[in-house]
Design a protein around this ligand. Structure first.
Ligand code: AMP
Ligand code: MG
Length: 526
């Protein structure tokens, strides 16, 4: 049996009302609320790695029991179900109370190694924070969250995890593009797992309401339980904490930029204070490299959360968080200097990351900044698959480039191009020109060829959770055939390995997926 130690509900103030009636909740970090049972729960996928983290012996427990518990129909001893109260800035504006509208925490497992892993059901029914919505989640978005959580982990990106994916046997009505075309879709529940799900918005709500006692209680709790290395909470420690959150956020964003991940809804209620990727909604992966791309149709007009803007948005969000904890510190200047940990870490991490992607022994400031700026221009000169391009770049023979024609130079990369017809002389000249500069740069580097390749292949995944692949898995699952979820999970367990038997999952987006909903465009409706 799992061993629970539910510190969040034990140490923080609770809402006295334990019903799921929608309401504003004051002076409390959470409300007790039970999941709403479903008619026919069925476990369709689980992550054995996450089961291991929780000391969960899947075979002993059995599939039926797992489905019951992780759909919310049954609780194990030691579980305490609750929904957290938080607020947030959505698309740049303060949105007031949001909270766990369809997420229900079950408790915190402490495993044999002493690690704390909180379990949380997403889609388990209404809570006081559900506002006008139903507290449920559809299968398509649940598959996307389940697979992407695990894919990101295996790619080495800090993220919350996913233990299980259960279908409910019930239908949920959604208007996918908010255009009056509502339809019934199968419902599902994902069990997410993370040391904690505390977000920037958990602090913002108490600052906005001037509930400063609760703000302090929550900050002290978070530091004691999740940042004990920083010492006992006091103004200096709050500052170190802010710097640490800034640092972790910078590392997370550098990873997103490395693998071509676009979160899609970087509202402050979707930012983890642990620096983990959280809340997989209308996210997407770059197929062709385009810094201006966002998959989220809800953000189509301003494209606030486009790929290339993510580093700036993370900083904007950190400033919102810093404002929220300002009352605990009371001085502006040291807060500003703690926040500098973000740009400082990001610049360092980003350069190191680019050096790894390009196979450079170390980053040389002026020279390599220019090389990288030129690279991004070349990647956008014609539709170029980001993942394939970087992966194939490791096959370039730098000693031979100078003597080659542009066609010969580009040959190892050809698979990365979406529109061979666009590869006219002009474009080939630009790509060839960049490859010459790159090769010249490599020739002055001290890394041996085999080392360089190995370094690049550790930074440039062969496999990412391409939008169209997730959509194919969804299409099949919606017809009652969920096996592709497991197949994709299996491939994504080793994203840096060649896996010749899975070559088809490394192919670039097929033409039919260019404009298909779910493959190129998603909304927040989930
Ligand atoms: P998101 O944009 O997914 O981060 O969600 C923003 C807010 O809306 C959060 O408070 C969610 O809990 C809430 N929310 C989203 N979908 C639902 C739903 N189907 N039922 C209840 N609350 C929801
Ligand atoms: Mg959210």
């Amino acid at each position: 049996m799992l061993s629970f130690d539910n510190s969040f509900v034990r140490e923080l103030p609770a809402d006295p009302d334990a019903t799921n009636r929608r309401r504003q909740v004051h002076n409390a970090c959470y409300s007790y609320v039970a999941p709403t049972p479903v008619t026919a729960p069925r476990l369709i996928a689980y992550s054995r790695e996450v089961a291991d983290l929780c000391d969960l012996e899947v075979d002993d427990v059995g599939m039926h029991e797992l489905a019951e518990v992780f759909a919310g129909n049954k609780a194990w001893p030691g579980m305490d179900a609750y929904a957290a109260c938080y607020g947030g800035h959505q698309f740049g504006a303060w949105a007031g109370q949001l909270g766990d509208g369809r997420a229900i925490g079950l408790g915190e497992v402490v495993n044999r190694r002493g690690e704390r892993w909180e379990l949380q059901l997403k889609g388990a029914g209404p809570t006081p924070y559900s506002r006008t919505a139903d507290g449920r989640a559809v299968l398509r978005s649940s598959i996307r969250e389940f697979l992407c959580s695990e894919a990101m982990h295996h790619l080495g990106v800090p993220t919350t995890r996913a233990l299980s994916l259960v279908t409910t046997g019930e239908q949920v009505v959604r208007d996918m593009f908010y255009d009056g075309n509502a339809r019934s879709e199968p419902g599902a529940v994902v069990c997410r797992v993370s040391p904690s799900f505390i977000r920037f918005g958990n602090f913002e709500i108490f600052a906005a309401r001037d509930e400063l006692d609760v703000l302090k209680t929550l900050a002290d709790y978070t530091i004691r339980v999740h940042f004990p290395e920083l010492g006992d909470p006091c103004p200096d420690v709050y500052l170190r904490w802010l710097a640490e959150i800034s640092r972790r956020t910078a590392i997370m964003i550098a990873h997103w930029m490395r693998v071509g991940f676009v979160h899609g809804v970087m509202n402050t209620d979707n930012m983890s204070v642990l620096g983990l990727t959280i809340d997989y909604g209308p996210y997407g992966w770059l197929d062709n490299y385009d810094a201006g791309w966002t998959p989220n149709t809800t953000d189509a007009s301003g494209r606030r959360y486009r790929f290339g803007h993510q580093p700036n948005i993370a900083m904007w969000n950190l400033v919102r968080f810093a404002n929220a904890i300002y009352p605990l510190i009371g001085e502006t200047e040291p807060i500003e200097s703690a926040l500098k940990a973000y740009p400082q870490t990001f610049e360092r991490a980003y350069r190191e990351m680019m050096a790894n992607k390009l196979g450079l022994g170390s980053f040389r400031h002026d020279e390599d900044d220019a090389l990288i700026a030129d690279l991004f221009a070349v990647l956008q000169a014609t539709e170029t698959d980001m993942t394939i391009f970087y992966r194939r770049l490791a096959n370039i023979e730098p000693a031979e480039i100078a003597a080659q024609t542009d066609d010969q130079r580009i040959a190892p990369l050809l698979d990365a191009y979406y529109s061979p017809a666009e590869l006219d002389e002009e474009v080939k000249k630009r790509i060839g020109g960049w490859l010459c500069s790159y090769a010249a740069r490599l020739m002055t580097d001290d890394l041996a060829m085999t080392e360089r390749r190995a370094k690049m292949n550790r930074a440039n995944p062969k496999y990412v959770l391409r939008n169209y692949l997730a959509q194919l898995a969804i299409d099949k699952a919606e017809t009652g055939e969920p096996t592709m979820v497991d197949e994709l999970l299996e491939v994504m367990r080793r994203p840096y390995d060649e896996q010749p038997e899975h070559e088809r999952y490394a192919e670039k987006r097929p033409d039919w997926a260019r404009t298909r909903p779910g493959c190129s465009a998603l909304s927040c409706s989930s």
